[in-house]
Ligand binder design. Sequence first.
Ligand code: C2O
Ligand code: CU
Length: 519
Amino acid sequence: MALAMRQRASRAPAPRFRTQLSADSLAQFVDPLPIPEIAKSSELRPSPTDPAIKLPYYRIPMRQFESKIHRDLKPTRQWGYGGSSPGPTFETRSGQGLLVEWANELPTSHFLPIDHSIHGAEADKPEVRTVVHLHGAKTMADSDGYPEDWFVPGKSAICHYPNRQDAAMLWYHDHALGINRLNVFAGLVGAFFVRDEFEDALELPRGKYEIPLVLYDRMFDLESQLNYPVSGDPKKPWTPEVFGDAILVNGKLFPYLEVEPRKYRFRVLNAANGRFFHLSLSNGQAFYQIGTDQGLLPAPVRIERVGLAPGERADLTVDFSAAAGQNVVMNNDVAFTVMQFRVSRAMSRGAGEARALPAILRPVPRIAESSAVKTRTLSLVEVDDPVQRPMTMLLNNTHWSMPVTENPVLDSIEIWELLNTTDDAHPIHLHLVRFQILDRRRFDVANYWMTGGKVRYTGEATPPEPGEAGWKDTVRADPGMVTRIIIRFEGFPGRYVWHCHLLEHEDNEMMRPFEVIAK
Ligand code: C2O
Ligand code: CU
């Protein structure tokens, strides 16, 4: 487990920074936690698949804006959906489709360092390109935000989200080929909730007692501006991973939230480019995790330290009733303060007591391994230059532009064995589908290379952690391990992508198309 948790000990030369602001030098808990606005639809429009049906239509412009991420900093230039970061939160119902027009109203030049040596970001491409992916959604291919379907300022794309899936926290973010890491770092992220009757019936904390927490780390310079690290080679500014010392929650640094001494539900998203979070509470209290990426777990799980790789979500409840009158801090690892909860002494007048957490949540029927029609072994590989600097990351030794090799048949079940030959954990995300983790098992990486690809296991297979034992769309492939997932390719035929959700890796070839073939 120690390996799984560790962050990269980089062999690369330290990235160069503009003079960096030290987040530690700032006062903590001086700004209230912002809650992103709820997106509003402006009209009804005919469904593209059935014109007799009218669907709510939303228009979300992407804009450059400035906002203060901390009381004592100057306003920071950012890019955001609806002119904020995170963008507006979508509140939707399962089975109720909707249309979103994503409008690129950004400036025509980028304010973060583009690496033109990266495939898809060559100097002849427009600097500012965007395409939006709704992460975790079961969406037709033409609305899924294929990385090459980018559009430039002045243009927009209308996406149809049918929402035929279980209640879950999804999220939307940029996915433009070769500059995705920069667009997301600039602020192009937002939350998207799907609700359903099953979830309603559990009477979980809701309204002001249910709070989205969108986490990401950033670096800032002394002018309070975003400071994206570069390699030191002006022709190839790409760096393999980005870790900032400022951890933002809903776009604020060290915010506080006033809470009542009762149960809350926190919908937590790791929207960082590269940081893995390991969250804990300062009073030693545990979280109860009730859901993961694609919805509710079979039963609540008590967890003292919640691990979240980039792209993953955790649905957590915290009961503050034993902490009345106290301040509780949420920390990340040992060194980082995330935010503070100020627990009032008494409940607000008229507030009802929260219902006890149900012991049973939502059944997650296990997909039988015997139902898989195909097993694919897919390697995760880091390619270094002669002085051992990472140059690129590959899935199965293939580049983005090579022909499609993963072509599951619609509705068939497959097992994917993610064989991680590198020293890093990589969060692997598949578009369109939800899946289950079967197990992880250590193998001999040196032997694998020496024998030209033989897998010799050196440990026992370990089942998913309790907080991962539900429906997932992103899985941590730990270093030196084979991580097995089982997937039913439900939804729609067409071309989608699977990739590492460390955005620096994804942009530099750690992403591949897959094609769902109609039966
Ligand atoms: Cu969250 Cu392909 O992405
Ligand atoms: Cu990766």
